[in-house]
Design a protein around this ligand. Structure first.
Ligand code: GLY
Length: 353
């Protein structure tokens, strides 16, 4: 078992990575958590594949458990689903000394984390992420939220889990498009950090070879995320670097109604686009966009959007909570492995899109 530790002023927690961890996970949970009553929240896809394994492990360890299953997909990150979860927690008589488990991808993690943060003013929870994106990004760092009809993640807070348990074996059943959704974030980390990640991704033949090396890929990504979160927990400075490709990516997701592109695909387009533009502006070292685009394409991710509409993207950016009327912070690459935060005035944003 590889263990990383997130150390924040008010909270310390571990990220544990181990292949085939799920069948024995309750043993690890019982070593770290004295809570006896556990509400597991998952989605229908994860439940069908792995629900019984987790529930059996917890019951055999003597926990009193209930399972709450929500429909898969972004639509579940809603106020309606939140209210449904509160009702289920009430029925199971969850108290602040009990435990909630978010067992799923980013949607489940964000929804359940937010429910845990608000129910009874905060119940402890742990994350067992089941997608690559959730294992390397959304389960770590405490960002939890639900969506409003006006936009994604508009109601949220920072609420860290008590632990994150990562079983890379769970990725073996991911549909290729969902795996690539996470690979886009791995490529993001490879661009913004001084690690061997970019070289490794360039060296691997394909997704299969990446999966053969997934333990170290996950560990490296988690270490990068840990370092940004520890330096800037509340996302007011350095942590914004993790948004490389996301400003354009969010606008693309929004413009296409969250139906055409996955989050990772939109981020891939965003990384390719902004790096091409910043290179043309002389900010980024020549050749960077070609190298980055080559890597994105190699992993079957898009680098341009059909019907790309700069004006519409600009409009949808005004809705992004990270942007203010005085401008926004764009994350650019100086070169592969070195990022910079560029404050851009509203009338200059079009230059980067
Ligand atoms: N996913 C970006 C962050 O956690 O800040």
């Amino acid at each position: 078992m590889q263990t990383l530790s997130i150390n924040l002023p008010q909270k310390q927690y571990s990220i544990m990575i181990k292949k085939d961890l799920l069948p024995t996970i309750a043993k690890h949970i019982s070593m770290n958590h004295s809570n006896k009553k556990i509400a597991v929240v998952t989605d229908e896809h994860v439940d069908a594949l792995y629900g019984n394994i987790l529930m059996d492990s917890l019951s055999q360890q003597g926990f009193l458990v209930t399972k709450i299953v929500v429909p898969p997909g972004e639509k579940s990150k809603s106020m309606t689903m939140l209210e449904y979860l509160y009702g289920q927690f009430l029925d199971f008589k969850i108290s602040r000394s009990d435990l909630i488990i978010a067992f799923g991808g980013g949607v489940v993690g964000d929804l359940v984390g937010f429910a845990a943060s608000t129910f009874l003013r905060g119940v402890p929870y742990i994350q067992i992420p089941t997608t690559l994106l959730a294992q390397i990004d959304s389960s770590i760092g405490g960002k939890v939220a639900v969506n409003l009809p006006n936009g994604k993640n508009l109601i949220g807070t920072f609420y860290h889990p008590d632990a994150v348990y990562i079983d890379p074996k769970l990725l073996e059943t991911l549909p290729i498009r969902v795996l690539r959704d996470g690979i886009a974030e791995v490529i993001k980390y490879s661009g913004i950090s001084e690690t061997s990640l970019f070289e490794d991704l360039s060296r691997y033949r394909d997704e299969q070879e990446l999966l053969e090396n997934i333990h170290s890929v996950i560990a490296t990504c988690c270490e990068i995320k840990q370092s940004f979160v520890e330096k800037d927990e509340k996302d007011t400075g350095l942590r914004m670097t993790l948004n490389f490709g996301h400003t354009i990516g969010h606008a693309i997701e929004n413009y296409f109604n969250y139906e055409t592109y996955t989050h990772g695909e939109a981020v891939a387009i965003g990384m390719a686009r902004i790096t091409t533009r910043s290179e043309a502006l002389g900010i980024t070292k020549p050749g960077t966009s070609e190298a980055l685009i080559g890597l994105i394409e190699k992993y079957g991710l898009p680098t341009t959007a059909t019907d790309y509409n700069q004006k519409a993207l600009l409009e949808s950016m005004t809705l992004d909570k990270k942007n203010s009327t005085s401008g926004l912070h764009l994350i650019l690459l100086a070169h592969i492995g070195k990022s910079l935060i560029q404050k851009v005035k509203p009338d200059e944003i079009h230059l980067y899109l």
